[in-house]
Design a protein. Structure first.
Length: 348
């Protein structure tokens, strides 16, 4: 299926091999050594997050499992807590238990952010608490900074480590009156993704104190992640840090304008009503199967990809989809997005 334009960050012309190779060719020089991009990336992320050390991983799945394994080894505890919809539990085939023998303790309601009282209700010694910023699967919402600080304080007082699932931390920072370093200072370890908002290929970076990152390097090698030729992944990510990272506030403004237009029209609605970050969900008065069929027809007829997939709803007559605004999303006006959404029922 030929995709000419995409509201989704994760598909479309900007993610094509040709486009990525073009950007890479503009970055690499005859003097670039294979180890240079990886080392530069680790140093830049550590500096931006205000952490003593950082380590490249070929995937975020590996980075987060390694972080939890290190915290478990340090504390002698095998359980970690997080939101019921945490990526580690929902999207990764429970690798934390299959590979590392860890247990997951869900905290709070699956459709809301967890709070301090939810954490206090956990009566199991924890190795770590995972804080996902923003909480993707419930609309990209963020806890208030003061609430987050209080939750981290309780975590530390309970003897657990505080880990930030910052796959979208680049976007989350736009929702706080705080720098990346001020946000990261709350946590013992922070993971950031290289291929979402930064439009890289794949990969992740884990940041923390030197001892933790040193132990993480051992587990990275054990899991096969110490790849020798990671420089293309790191180089593309460095380009994203130069070009996309300074535009995150612009992406959030556009996301808010699109959400406002959708809510004003009334056919669909968004959660949250006013996005805290460039990420939000659109709720449709259609079944998931009809929405996906309509979106496929839209792409086939116009070359426009509106979303990757529709999410189910307890009410089978409704569904939702995720919008994450990046460079490609700026090509769509709020009015155009509203018209595309309203036109979905006619394309079933």
């Amino acid at each position: 299926m030929d995709i000419r334009r995409s509201l989704s960050q994760h598909s479309g012309p900007r993610k094509s091999p040709h486009e990525l190779a073009r950007r890479l060719a503009a970055y690499v020089t005859p003097e670039t050594r294979p180890e240079d991009p990886v080392r530069e990336l680790e140093l830049r992320v550590a500096d931006l997050l205000g952490k003593p050390a950082a380590l490249f991983f070929p995937s975020g799945t590996m980075a987060q499992q390694v972080a939890l394994r290190v915290h478990a080894e340090r504390t002698g505890r095998r359980a970690f807590a997080g939101h019921p919809q945490t990526h580690l539990h929902v999207w990764e085939n429970q690798g934390y238990t299959a590979l590392h023998g860890l247990r997951f303790h869900p905290v709070g309601d699956r459709n809301e952010l967890f709070g301090l009282d939810d954490l206090k209700a956990v009566h199991e010694p924890l190795a770590a608490v995972v804080f996902e910023l923003p909480q993707r699967d419930i609309g990209g919402v963020l806890p208030a900074f003061g609430d987050l600080a209080a939750q981290v304080r309780w975590t530390r007082e309970s003897g657990a480590a505080a880990h930030c699932d910052g796959a979208r931390l680049w976007e989350a920072q736009t929702g706080y009156d705080a720098t990346f370093a001020e946000i990261a200072a709350l946590f013992d370890t922070v993971y950031v993704s290289l291929y979402k908002g930064l439009e890289g290929v794949r990969g992740a970076v884990l940041a923390g104190d030197a001892e933790t990152i040193g132990q993480a390097a051992v587990w990275r090698r054990r899991m096969g992640g110490a790849i020798a030729d990671a420089w293309p992944l790191a180089a593309i990510a460095l380009i994203g840090m130069d070009t996309n990272l300074p535009r995150m506030a612009e992406f959030r403004r556009h996301a808010r304008a699109i959400a406002e237009a959708i809510n004003a029209d009334g056919f669909a609605h968004t959660t949250p009503d006013v996005p805290a970050t460039p990420l939000f969900h659109v709720h449709l008065p259609m079944s998931r199967h009809d929405a996906q069929k309509a979106a496929q027809h839209l792409t086939g007829e116009t070359g426009i990809r509106l979303f990757l997939y529709a999410r189910s709803n307890p009410d089978p007559r409704r569904c939702s989809f995720e919008v994450s605004i990046g460079v490609s999303g700026l090509e769509f006006t709020p009015h155009e997005v509203v018209e595309l959404i309203k036109g979905l029922p006619s394309r079933v």
